[in-house]
Design a protein around this ligand. Structure first.
Ligand code: FES
Length: 149
């Protein structure tokens, strides 16, 4: 066997041993977010996309004027234009990521870092932020506030 043929056999052997492992890395069987998983997600943000998850009761929302998810990434308030509806936004300010706070008296989110202001629906009312807060679908069902991320 000449040297060229020997090297081509080594190359083929390497390809055969490498290919199955690289292909399995592309399959969905390794996906962490499997909706049939028996374990409940830890947060709304970790819930499968499109699935609603309770983040608190309507009674708590009305008592505090807001609800915040356990991971502090989602804020929910009553819609100032329709108190039968709820609005959910991502709490990270779009300027530099500080957590915004709901001001019940002025019905707006205020960023404590550089004073950006956002409406209840997440739209920018005052800079320096120039992008709206991302929103999530939210609804009330059986006394619970449900949010889908
Ligand atoms: Fe919110 Fe700067 S981080 S205004």
């Amino acid at each position: 066997m000449d040297r060229r043929k020997l090297l081509s056999w080594f190359g083929l052997g390497w390809l055969i041993s490498f290919l199955p492992s690289s292909l399995s890395g592309c399959s969905d069987t390794n996906s962490v977010s499997n909706s049939s998983s028996p374990a409940a997600p830890e947060s709304v943000a970790a819930a499968p996309r499109g699935e609603f998850k309770a983040i608190g009761s309507v009674a708590q929302l009305d008592k505090d004027g807001k609800l915040i998810s356990t991971d502090k990434k989602i804020l929910v308030v009553r819609d100032p234009k329709n108190s039968n509806k709820v609005l959910a936004v991502n709490s990270a300010c779009t300027h530099k990521g500080c957590v915004v706070e709901w001001q019940k008296s002025s019905q707006e989110y205020v960023c404590p870092c550089h004073d950006a202001k956002f409406a209840a629906n997440g739209s920018v009312k005052q800079g320096p932020a120039n992008k709206a807060l991302p929103t999530y679908a939210a609804k009330i069902e059986k006394g619970q506030v449900l949010v889908s991320s």
